[in-house]
Design a protein around this ligand. Sequence first.
Ligand SMILES: NC(=O)c1ccc[n+]([C@@H]2O[C@H](COP(=O)([O-])OP(=O)(O)OC[C@H]3O[C@@H](n4cnc5c(N)ncnc54)[C@H](O)[C@@H]3O)[C@@H](O)[C@H]2O)c1
Length: 249
Amino acid sequence: MSHTAIVTGGGSGLGYATAMLLAEKGVQVVVVDIDEANGQKTVEDIEKKGVKAVFVKADVAKVEDVKQYVQVAKDTFGTIDYFFNNAGISGSGQPFLNTDVDEIEQIVGINMLGALYGMRFVAEEMVKNGGGSIVNTASSAGVIGQSTVVTYSATKHGIVGMTKSMVAEYAKDGLRVNAVAPGPTETPMVKKYFEANPQMKESAEQGIPQKRLGTPEEVAELVVFLLTSKAAYINGDVIRIDGGFTSTK
Ligand SMILES: NC(=O)c1ccc[n+]([C@@H]2O[C@H](COP(=O)([O-])OP(=O)(O)OC[C@H]3O[C@@H](n4cnc5c(N)ncnc54)[C@H](O)[C@@H]3O)[C@@H](O)[C@H]2O)c1
């Protein structure tokens, strides 16, 4: 029987690349995104590979939307084996003391509450079914401190705490929960930003020992490895994938 995965933020970037790699391995995918056009496009691209997929338009910061994507996954495919808890936003990059409270609430709402709600309702299903595997998207900013990303960094450190504590509580029920901590990765969002600010790209690359950004496909390889039974004894870990960026800090 095919495995089933839920991928949040599946319409773009790391979520898109991971959804496509899962599909290549025959995994059915529930694509969750707030962006309907991009989410539907991911489903079409998966179906072109002859694999089943379904799109759920959801705002991960809204608990009713989260319950809805879990319900659609159950109704469509029966069980949930893998969960890539990934949707997130970065914020404006303003110094923290210039940041609007609205922006703080928005980043915390999507990156932290959204991930916690997903964890709450997907893990519940997995435990009922004897287990499953979850990968949360942290960031370099979840393992080191960086300027102009205070709120983002707070949420990504929160992702790391959630990952470790879930394992302490539910590994005995067959859950594996890990996190990936990518450095700057050339997703559409980042590409667009650097096209508008080429000097920023150069300085970002200079700060990375491998002197280049990561690619979504490289991160997807790690996520899919962690999700599947090849990583059966890796639990509660936070794997950095950043060309050596955080190793030098
Ligand atoms: N790109 C990087 O350099 C980088 C580095 C480290 C961590 N990350 C993290 O990776 C994750 C994915 O980012 P990405 O770079 O692929 O960005 P992206 O913008 O390319 O993709 C994010 C997707 O999430 C969706 N999304 C945003 N808010 C949502 C919401 N409220 N509900 C549902 N979907 C929502 C967007 O529509 C988009 O399709 C994020 O958690 C981000 O913080 C990215």
